[in-house]
Design a protein around this ligand. Structure first.
Ligand code: ZN
Length: 497
């Protein structure tokens, strides 16, 4: 079978200029000829539809939240290889979920060879600052996948990577790997010689080998090139993109120069600092996602394992330096958004029990059971089962001296399985994504207060918590209750009496 495909592929390449298809329908060479893959050096396609925010489901059993996309353009250079994707999008308002008013976003995402970057105003810059290249080295894998899963890209990559084929449903299933076997691609070619489905897998700290499935439908002739009119991509089981294509141009100019600041960029080392909030309570900062470490009698409790294994490894090292000779017995997780749960597995490998809302446990158990062949992490190597302590409304951890209360944040539009932590003796509240303080000297944010912050305040009041310090796990500083009251326009009110 393999030999036949190889001979036919040579024929397809030889005949592609004349588009003469004598190959058996539904095969890789027939599709290569029908789509003119050998002639296509670049593709630019535009359309509109929906985009969905991967890893940010508002509940552990819900799909990724939707954004309306009014304009979408992907420019793909197969020779470089390089790609630029730009869109205009705004989050879909869900009537039963209170979120801050959506703001239009215009992301521009680029990959060229082993470099990836976004065009965006620098973080923290003034409004109307012009976009500049922001290096995104961690995005290379995903953006490269986007090139080789397009119909023409898949056919080209299949030819370049010794694809194997087998008959399937009147067409064929074509399989190959790239990067020395690291990334596998499986495509379905139908009896009409169309690439109708491509599946691959990329690494994710929460989901492991994460399936990506792209479906292509409604092929038609766009100005001399056959291309699907409908593209739907799922990632981790739910849609991330749903585009109706309105125009396609082949072999348009698609040069992508790597900016010098991207080429010379090297990621800074992961930084962790420990700031004492009270005796035995440390705010573990550095970077955009913080944690809190609490020194109990014979163990340590860490609140939050954000981002990924690199962050967790650095936080754990700093925690052990700050609180020597004790094991990390508990890791308290605020919610399942991927930027707040991607580092959890490192704590499981460390021997910690995960404390999380009961809705999250089955989600993590299922996610963590997935294969991790692309990027085996410490837990995959340790092969240790995760242990959980879960709760509905409240859970207390104590060493007989200090009390650590974990509360559900009820009724938040941000997440349905959402927790905050309160230390009643120290009067410290630990929360994230409900509210982030601004820098002490920064002007207060304009516009109506965030419903997430109002909801946090209402929960503090409902639970009658006496809060002196708020250790927000995003933001530049420890805040006070007065800061929160001021942020939601309720300065001068007292939440506890
Ligand atoms: Zn979140």
């Amino acid at each position: 079978m393999r030999a036949v495909v190889g001979i036919a592929l040579g024929l397809a390449i030889a005949l592609s200029a004349g588009a003469c298809a004598t190959e058996q329908p539904g095969t890789l060479p027939a599709a290569t000829a029908a789509l003119g893959a050998a002639d296509v050096k670049s593709i630019e396609y535009s359309g509109s539809g929906k985009w969905f925010q991967f890893g940010q489901a508002p509940g552990p059993t819900l799909p990724w939240p939707a954004f309306d996309v009014s304009a979408f353009t992907a420019t793909i250079n197969y020779d470089a290889p390089a790609a630029r994707v730009q869109m205009t999008r705004i989050q879909v308002v869900e009537p039963d979920r209170a979120r801050p008013a959506p703001v239009q976003q215009k992301p521009v995402q680029v990959v060229s060879g082993t470099f990836a970057w976004n065009m965006a105003p620098p973080p923290g810059s003034a409004p109307d600052t012009p976009p500049a290249p922001q290096p995104q080295p961690a995005a290379v894998e995903e953006r490269t996948m986007e090139i080789w899963t397009t119909p023409h890209g898949f056919l080209k990559a299949a030819a370049a990577n010794n694809a194997t084929s087998q008959p399937a449903e009147g067409g064929s299933e074509v399989t190959f790997t790239t990067d020395g076997g690291k990334h596998k691609y499986v495509g379905r070619i139908n009896a009409q010689n169309q690439v109708e489905r491509v599946q691959t897998w990329i690494d994710n700290p929460v989901l492991g080998d994460t399936p990506i499935v792209i479906s292509y439908a409604d092929y038609r002739d766009f100005n001399g090139v056959l291309f699907p009119g409908k593209i739907v991509r799922t990632q981790g089981g739910y849609p991330v993109l749903d585009i109706t294509v309105s125009s396609v141009t082949k072999n348009a100019a698609a040069a992508v120069d790597v900016p010098n600041e991207v080429r010379s960029f090297s990621p800074p080392p992961v930084n962790v600092t420990a700031e004492k909030l009270a005796d035995g309570v440390f705010y573990m900062k550095g970077g955009g996602h913080h944690s809190v470490a609490i020194d109990q009698r014979d163990h340590i409790v860490v609140v939050e394992g954000p981002l990924d294994e690199a962050r967790s490894t650095a936080v754990i090292a700093k925690v052990k330096e700050t609180i020597p000779n004790k094991p990390i017995k508990y890791l308290v997780n605020t919610h399942a958004h991927f930027d707040h749960s991607g580092g959890l597995r490192t704590y499981v490998a460390e021997g910690a029990t995960i404390v999380t809302h009961e809705m999250n446990k089955p989600y993590y158990e299922q996610a963590w059971a997935a294969p991790r062949t692309i990027n085996p992490d410490k837990l995959a190597q340790a092969s240790r089962p995760a242990t959980f302590e879960t709760f509905t409304d409240k859970h207390t951890l104590t060493d007989g001296h200090r009390i650590i209360d974990v509360y559900k944040i009820a009724g938040s539009g941000h997440n349905d399985a959402f927790a905050m932590v309160y230390l009643p003796t120290e009067k410290i509240l630990i929360e994230v994504d409900a509210w982030a303080p601004v820098a002490a000297n920064a002007p207060p944010p304009q516009g109506p207060p965030s419903p997430f912050a109002v909801n946090l305040y209402d929960n503090i009041k409902r639970l009658n918590l006496d809060v002196k310090q708020i250790a927000a796990l995003h933001g530049p500083r420890v805040a006070t209750m007065a800061d929160l009251q001021s942020a939601i326009g309720r300065a001068g009110t007292n939440p506890t009496h």
